[in-house]
Ligand binder design. Structure first.
Ligand code: PLP
Length: 388
């Protein structure tokens, strides 16, 4: 009997080890991992440079309170902001905490409390970021939400403009909605969003927890759109599996997070910083990012060429190595069939298969995944025709 709260629908296999884009279960069966811990292991499993950096830190200092200066935090903050929008960084341990920090900072800096977010968004599970999340199923049963959020549909600029009021402190968006179904922001919406924020003095918060750290072929996905966020939140890929989150803010916000206004015991822990520093050295590198963009583009084109022929497949979308395959049916059985074949993928909403391979995935591994996807759709369609 399990002594865990059943908060997750668990697989019928247990992964025991991993290396690069592959993981191995307790029976010794190997899987191509196109989930990567949900866009976490962007450098693949057990990347030697990350292992070595963390091992070295393990032998030096595990933890020191944030009362002490921590050089690792300065190093990581520099990498996160150098040549990118944003000037100051606050470290925490997860995505939801990064968004909580963003919500608090936006309220404090503006003295206002109304925040607009998007329908189908996902921002986390704690009270503030759950309220920011525009999905009823995530709110269900938890009573009244923090009362400061309104939700408008992605890519509906008129709805966004209409939702603004005197008390609007911020607008929070994902440029590609991850959990919500791999929905990609339109350039025209991004332009309107930026203009609206500038005109009304509203803070723009971009949740890059899933899309950041190179996932889309740029350091941050907002860079595809020319957006200039006041606040950016990060977590997932930042530590390649070592828990760490971060909130980046522009210089004009500095005084609002003065000493004593926010904090986290573990935030910016030396072990987490050791991992994050290596991750950013590897990924925030033009050649690496160009390679991600190139692999993503080729892979998406091949997916379209191969899979759109199947009647179950409706649309294939995404940027870089964040790709969604929208089907005309619930994808639970497809995801399971792929797992049985040795390819780990996950859903995004009920009808979208989400592909999030490690950014270090090779062209051969992408070909292999394509082959497995094609086989499974072929088999399911054959079965469907037979039962008709
Ligand atoms: C995963 C995710 C979160 C929440 O991150 P946690 O580390 O699970 O708290 C928030 N926003 C987005 C876009 C995410 O993908």
């Amino acid at each position: 009997m399990s002594h865990l709260f059943p908060t997750y629908g668990k697989w019928d296999i247990e992964i025991k080890s991993g290396s690069g884009a592959f993981v191995v279960d307790s029976n010794g069966k190997s899987y191509l991992d196109f989930i990567a811990g949900i866009a976490v292991c962007n450098l693949g499993h057990c990347h030697p440079k990350v292992i070595n950096a963390v091992k070295e830190q393990l032998d030096t200092l595990w933890h020191i309170s944030n009362l002490s200066p921590i050089q690792g935090q300065e190093d990581v903050a520099k990498k996160l902001t150098e040549n990118h929008t944003g000037d100051y960084v606050f470290f925490c341990n997860s995505g939801t905490e990064a968004n909580e920090a963003a919500i608090k900072l936006a309220r404090k800096a503006t003295g206002k409390h109304h925040i607009i977010s998007l329908v189908n968004s996902f921002h986390g599970r704690t009270l503030g970021s759950m309220a920011a999340t525009g999905q009823e199923k995530i709110h269900a049963g938890f009573g009244p939400m923090l009362s400061t959020f309104d939700y408008v549909p992605l890519n509906d600029i008129h709805a966004l403009q209409a939702a603004v009021n005197e008390e609007t402190a911020a607008i929070v968006v994902e440029v590609i909605q991850g959990e919500g179904g791999v929905h990609v922001m339109a350039q025209s919406f991004a332009d309107g969003l930026q203009a609206l924020c500038e005109e009304k003095g509203i803070l723009l918060i971009i949740d890059e927890i899933q899309t950041g750290i190179g996932r889309t072929g740029k350091a941050y996905a907002y860079e595809h759109y020319g957006l200039s966020p006041d606040i950016v939140t990060l977590a997932k890929g930042l530590g390649n599996g070592f828990p760490v989150g971060a909130m980046i803010g522009k210089a004009h916000l500095k005084e609002s997070f003065s000493a004593g206004s926010h904090g986290s015991t573990f935030g910016g822990n030396p072990l987490a910083m050791a991992a994050a520093k290596v991750v950013l050295t590897e990924i925030f590198n033009e050649e690496f990012l160009d390679e991600v963009a190139k692999k993503g583009k080729t892979f998406k084109a091949k997916l379209r060429d191969t899979l759109l022929d199947y009647s179950m497949v409706q649309e294939i979308r995404g940027i870089g190595l964040m790709i969604g395959i929208e089907c005309n049916t619930d994808v639970t059985a497809i995801v399971k069939a792929l797992r049985d074949k040795g390819l780990l993928v996950m859903n995004a909403g009920s009808k979208v298969i989400r592909l999030l391979p490690p950014l270090t995935v090779t062209n051969e591994e992408l070909e292999q995944a394509l082959q497995l996807l094609s086989e499974v759709f072929q088999e399911l369609e054959t079965k469907q025709t037979l039962t008709k």
